[in-house]
Ligand binder design. Structure first.
Ligand code: SF4
Length: 213
């Protein structure tokens, strides 16, 4: 059965890769984690500084430890206490790194990258500043179009993230977005990358497994 699940996903992924490439993104599909990690580490080889945005996916691949071991200066704000001067400085530093690593909330079969977030360091760094951005996503984040991407964020990504952050938002109780006015609201910025931004190379690494939320 697994082979048919893989084959079904692959049809969607192939379409997404093609559309992303047509939109100027360097989109790639990897069947194994090892291949994806090798690609990312090869891209990091000449970099001195690497920023890591809010992403479980990149961390699940063990990339942060590999970058540390390779002697890179890694700006990882998840290692610092939120809201402290050091943590805010780390978020700012991400925006001028040689390489920025992140995930995305959704990637569309029609070739767009969609995100919602609270502070903006991740979405800012994705669009201007770092020389190269690598967005790593599991195949489960591929959706048909922008409407489906926003739906995925409201039904899955944002409520799960709010739960993980211990937020007191209505979605933590209902499991779906209630477009809240809570001071704990995490959905404060929405970005859609329609085409590769002018001065930033963006690679999209799609993995053949369900990863992240
Ligand atoms: S807007 Fe509020 S309710 Fe909706 S997903 Fe975001 S935090 Fe949850």
């Amino acid at each position: 059965m697994d082979e048919f699940v893989k084959a079904h996903y692959k049809l969607q992924v192939d379409e997404a890769v093609k559309a992303l490439q047509e939109h100027g993104f360097d989109a790639r599909f990897f069947e194994t984690r090892d291949e994806a990690v090798s690609f990312i580490m090869a891209q990091a080889a000449e970099c001195k500084t690497v920023g890591v945005g809010g992403t479980k996916t990149v961390r699940a691949l063990g990339i942060v430890d590999l970058l540390d071991a390779a002697g890179k200066t890694v700006y990882d704000n998840w290692k610092l206490k939120p809201g402290t001067p050091e943590e805010l400085q780390c978020r700012k530093a991400q925006m001028t790194t040689d390489l920025f690593l992140s995930s995305a909330n959704a990637v569309t079969v029609t070739g767009e990258i969609v995100n919602k977030e609270a502070s903006g360091n991740r979405t800012n760094s994705m669009t201007f500043g770092p020389q190269h951005v690598i967005i790593v996503v599991g195949r489960n984040k591929i959706v048909p179009d922008i409407a489906a991407a926003l739906d995925r964020i409201e039904r899955v990504a944002a409520p799960v993230r709010a739960m993980g952050m211990g937020r007191k938002t209505p979605c933590v109780k209902t499991g779906v977005c209630m477009d809240c006015d809570s001071p704990d609201r995490i959905c404060r910025i929405t970005t859609i990358l329609h085409r590769n931004p002018l001065f930033t190379k963006i690679s999209v690494v799609i993995l053949d497994e369900d990863l992240g939320y």
